[in-house]
Design a protein around this ligand. Structure first.
Ligand code: ADP
Ligand code: MG
Length: 388
């Protein structure tokens, strides 16, 4: 069984600082840390003006950063052996390509606030590319570093938006804003109800232990798939639905009425996912407000997975296998989390069944000749902060 250990912040920071010294010489000005996340429920609706309910994981990214007196930027990461050096003025859509876009893009997005050159070294305990938001952890830890080092004195909202723009415009990944919001706004012991229509947030206590449950995170280790086109295609189909229904959001629409205004079966299915998923998030938030993170929440999670698999068509054999196995072994509910097509799933499990559920998921994957999954701990954790 593959359990991914949580790395203490001190050790994360040490690793980032050690890389900094070996790559650039001397000491960083500081280390900033931001978390990965899982989304409890509300998938593929952040870009549709929906509601999402993520919480921060105890896995995080640390950036060791030193201010420079010129406009050069240098970046290295323990995750890759491709260092990057560039000029702030050269950063733009598609430049740089590759991983450096996630840091360079943040400097670019904050350029009008007076950001200069930096050296940055990255180390992360968030699995990269597993749907647990290593990208936003990187952007947000670095955005906070720039805010401090250049004394930007901007609101976290500005840093969130800069991180979103880095990902959308420079890295070219057309994701919504959920990941950056939770990385910057998470509170330990809470999930964040984020309204993607008006940007408002509400902290909701999430005490799984009090409900006798645990949340198991399963990184399926699925092979990397080229899915950017799929993401864009889903967004485009929603734009078509808006046009055909004469609306600017599906939020608040009655499902039957909306569906009766559409002809294309695929489009109907996409819209059905969005509207039903928004409703499920509302119901989940009501349950958590009552401290009820058990059977009923599990049912909503499983319904969410079915909707993502059948109507939105963003699941994968690995995700379906993990969800099915979790339910077989007694989980209250399970679903894919994140963008899909691989990546990670979550299961809400009675505490005493955690090991049995993990075993069944691993066995199920082996039986179907799928990659061996990795299991993670999911204690709702805190937001981006300066470590020293
Ligand atoms: P996720 O955010 O779910 O992990 P994404 O595809 O959104 O997956 O982001 C993963 C990309 O972010 C990586 O391919 C890489 O370019 C960049 N990235 C994230 N974390 C790191 C890191 N620690 N070091 C270097 N690049 C990283
Ligand atoms: Mg990401």
């Amino acid at each position: 069984m593959n359990w991914l250990d949580v790395v203490a912040e001190e050790d994360l920071a040490d690793s980032a600082a050690a890389l900094f010294r070996s790559a650039f010489g001397g000491e960083p000005d500081g280390v900033w840390i931001a978390p990965g996340r899982v989304n409890l429920i509300g998938e593929h609706i952040d870009y549709a003006g929906g509601l999402v309910l993520p919480f921060a994981l105890p896995y995080a990214t640390a950036v060791a950063v030193r201010r420079r007196e010129d406009t050069t930027m240098r970046a290295v990461s323990t995750h890759t052996d491709e260092p990057w050096t560039g000029e702030l003025g050269d950063i733009g859509p598609g430049t740089p390509s590759g991983w450096a876009a996630y840091v360079a893009g943040v400097s670019w997005a904050l350029r009008e606030h007076g950001v200069g050159g930096v050296d940055v070294a990255v180390h992360s305990s968030v699995p990269v590319g597993s749907g647990l938001s290593s990208s936003a952890a990187l952007e947000c830890s670095f955005a906070l570093a720039l805010d401090d080092l250049f004394d930007l004195q901007v609101d976290r909202k500005v840093l969130i938006n800069a991180s979103i723009r880095a990902e959308n415009e420079i890295a070219g990944a057309s994701t919504g804003g959920m990941d950056q919001n939770i990385a910057m706004s998470a509170q330990s012991g809470h999930a964040l109800l984020l309204d993607c229509l008006d940007g408002s947030t509400r902290q909701i206590p999430l005490d799984l232990a009090a409900s006798g449950t645990r949340l198991l995170v399963i990184d399926t280790n699925a092979p990397h798939r080229l899915v950017d086109g799929q993401y864009g295609e889903r967004r485009k189909s929603l734009d078509t639905a808006y046009a055909e229904l004469g609306v600017t959001t599906l939020r608040g629409l009655d499902l039957d009425k909306a569906v009766s205004g559409l002809v294309d079966d695929t489009l109907i299915a996409r819209v059905r996912h969005v509207i039903s998923e928004i409703r499920r998030v509302e119901q989940s938030a009501e349950l958590l407000d009552r401290g009820a993170a058990g059977v009923e929440l599990g049912e909503l999670m499983t319904a969410s997975h079915a909707s993502l698999r059948d109507d939105y068509e963003v699941s994968s054999p690995e995700l379906d296998s993990a969800v099915d196995a979790a339910l077989r072994a007694g989980a209250y509910g399970a679903r894919m989390t994140g963008g899909g097509f691989g990546g990670s799933a979550i299961a809400l499990v009675p505490s005493e069944l955690v090991q049995a559920v993990a075993d069944e998921i691993a066995t199920g994957a082996a039986r179907s000749e799928l990659p061996e999954p990795t299991f993670l701990t999911a204690e709702p954790s805190g937001s981006a902060h300066r470590f020293f």
